[in-house]
Design a protein around this ligand. Structure first.
Ligand SMILES: [Zn+2]
Length: 558
């Protein structure tokens, strides 16, 4: 009989308690007694490079995969599923050759399917590609849902079981450790429990070291996952794992409930990228395992924010600023009363210390802001406003004026920092822009652009021309070249984001536009904003703020 999970559980005893943001098992109270499996170590199995690479819009190159694998190994995940070696894609095999040379601490896993219905293992090209992958371990996926076996593979239950056992035995014979992924396990279990159980028991008997229960369609509820996992755990005497998809937004919850049910391995991807709505987000899963369940993963959570950023960066994906734990806004406080409370007791509006995840708290300042947030923000900038209430009021007034003119300072911390610095009397006169022009020439093959910039630095004029792929780009290149005469450190500054928003769209092309620019140097990022009815003027303003901010921080070392 499957035990009913919610029957006599006191949920409040394990959700509400915390101690220094990192609860330990003793805080799990009655839940720990109910579920004594939780104390075990959980192995983290990352499939960013395989399932993550199946996300629409993601296409990692061999080089990208190697770079991400290095980061994952540095973070300390137990397994890195690096791809699906197959004869039609030589780059997949190259990944394994490259990773072998890297000698990473994590185990490198090759992923593939059981043999085809009508072929022996020896003749199955996909299995032979796995056999020559030279990985540390192989994950073999087999069907655990009879409906899929009969209707899609058009074969019988017994033949499917033979495909599972033959494939595992074949790879074991070549000395590989094998993990068995039971595809559609939860759907299969609900449809035909006996057959689903036979797939995992067959795999275990054939020598697979771990059976991974997959919620392939992301259709299960956490309580089902818990109950089914607990049932399987009692019947199979080898370790289990969970592979959850996020089609109903439950992948993280399902992964955690599987751990409660007794699995020892969790699979997922960084940022949850993956097929359709993605996989379980390891950022969420790992953080919750540690903080809410007291499970030791052996991983350094403080590397999570940078790891998450890195995967977005390499995958050329838009960051989710609202992502739990690692998002830029995950610990941002906008309402005045929140900012006030957080400055006294952060735990009033923060579930944990942001530094645990390598993230930082930020106090958001906008026209809706109260004086408390203006003060807290000053502290963040390394300025002290406590004794200058008149100055705080002056800054608040300036912010309201700017926002009324179309500026949006919530997402432009560097511009905001300059507003503060100017009101503190900082001179910020690193250079004078005398003027600039840009010329776009179009022909049937496209357009080219060049720009000439005239600046004065320390009284000395510089005139520099440059080409770019657009007027803003050409202006930026020329400006930077001119300034580098005096400030060579500007060479490290990269422009990493450029966005334009219309402020009053109903005026058509005469509308005011707001330009956001994001910069990066030395792993640090900052954003600026410019506003004008002319897009080039708005861009100029945001660009200048970005460079002035960099020079200001450099000179003040704040
Ligand atoms: Zn998957």
């Amino acid at each position: 009989m499957i035990t009913k999970f919610f029957s006599n559980m006191q949920l409040s005893s394990w959700t509400a308690k915390s101690e220094e943001n990192r609860i330990t098992r003793k805080h799990l109270g009655s839940f720990a007694k109910e579920c004594d499996k939780i104390g075990h170590m959980v192995r983290v199995y990352d499939t960013t490079l395989r399932d993550g690479n199946q996300a629409v819009g993601v296409n990692f190159s061999v080089e990208d995969k190697v770079k991400i694998a290095r980061r994952l190994a540095d973070f300390g995940v137990d397994y890195i599923e690096a791809g699906w070696p197959n004869p039609t894609n030589s780059s997949e095999l190259e990944v394994f050759t490259r990773l072998r040379k890297e000698r990473l601490q994590s185990k490198i896993v090759a992923f593939g399917m059981t043999r085809k219905t009508d072929l022996s293992c020896q003749k199955d090209e996909n299995l032979n590609a796995l056999r020559t992958s030279d990985s540390d371990c192989i994950a073999i996926v087999g069907k655990a849902w009879l409906f899929h076996v009969e209707r899609v593979l058009e074969t019988t239950a017994d033949q499917n079981l033979r495909m599972i056992s033959d494939s595992i035995a074949y790879l074991k014979d070549y000395g590989y450790d094998v993990i068995f992924d039971a595809e559609h396990f939860f759907d299969g279990f609900k449809d035909n429990r006996e057959f689903a159980m036979r797939t995992v028991s067959t795999a275990a008997q054939a020598g697979a070291q771990e059976m991974v229960l997959c919620d392939t369609r992301g259709r299960s509820m956490p309580n089902e996952v818990y109950e089914i996992t607990a049932f399987v755990e009692k019947k199979i005497d080898k370790p289990l794992g969970i592979h959850a998809h996020n089609d109903r937004g439950l992948a993280t919850a399902n992964s955690l409930f599987a751990v409660m049910g007794g699995v020892e391995q969790v699979q997922g991807t960084i940022n949850g990228i993956g097929e359709r709505c993605g996989n379980a987000d390891l950022v969420e899963v790992i953080s919750n395992l540690e903080l809410n369940l007291g499970v030791e993963t052996g991983l350094d959570l403080s590397k999570l924010t940078r790891l998450s950023d890195y995967v977005y960066e390499i995958g050329n994906l838009t960051r989710n600023y609202y992502q739990p734990f690692v998002g830029k806004h995950a610990f941002a406080h906008k309402a005045g009363i929140h900012g006030h409370a957080v400055s006294k007791f952060p735990e009033t509006y923060e579930h944990a210390d942001p530094s645990l995840f390598g993230n930082t708290r930020s106090i958001v300042v906008s026209s809706q802001t109260g004086l408390a947030n203006i003060m807290s923000k000053a502290k963040e900038f390394g300025l002290h406003l406590e004794r200058y209430p008149a100055k705080a009021a002056e800054i608040m007034l300036r912010i309201k004026e700017l926002e009324a003119a179309g500026y949006y300072l919530e997402n432009a911390d560097a511009t905001l920092n300059l507003v503060y610095a100017r009101s503190f009397g900082e001179r910020l006169e690193y250079f004078d822009l005398i003027g600039w022009r840009a010329q776009v020439s179009g022909d049937p093959d496209g357009a080219t652009c060049d720009s000439t910039v005239k600046v004065k630095v320390d009284g000395e004029p510089f005139i520099v021309a440059a080409e770019g792929n657009g007027p803003v780009n050409a202006f930026d290149i020329a400006l930077k070249k001119a300034l580098e005469n005096q400030y060579p450190e500007l060479a490290m500054v990269k422009l990493v984001g450029y966005r334009v928003r219309e402020v009053d769209a109903e005026k058509g092309t005469a509308a005011t536009v707001r330009v956001f620019i994001e910069f990066e140097a030395d792993g640090r990022r900052w954003s600026t904003v410019g506003v004008s009815t002319n897009i080039l003027k708005a861009s100029e303003e945001a660009l200048l703020d970005g460079y002035v901010y960099f020079l200001y921080k450099k000179s003040s070392r704040r």
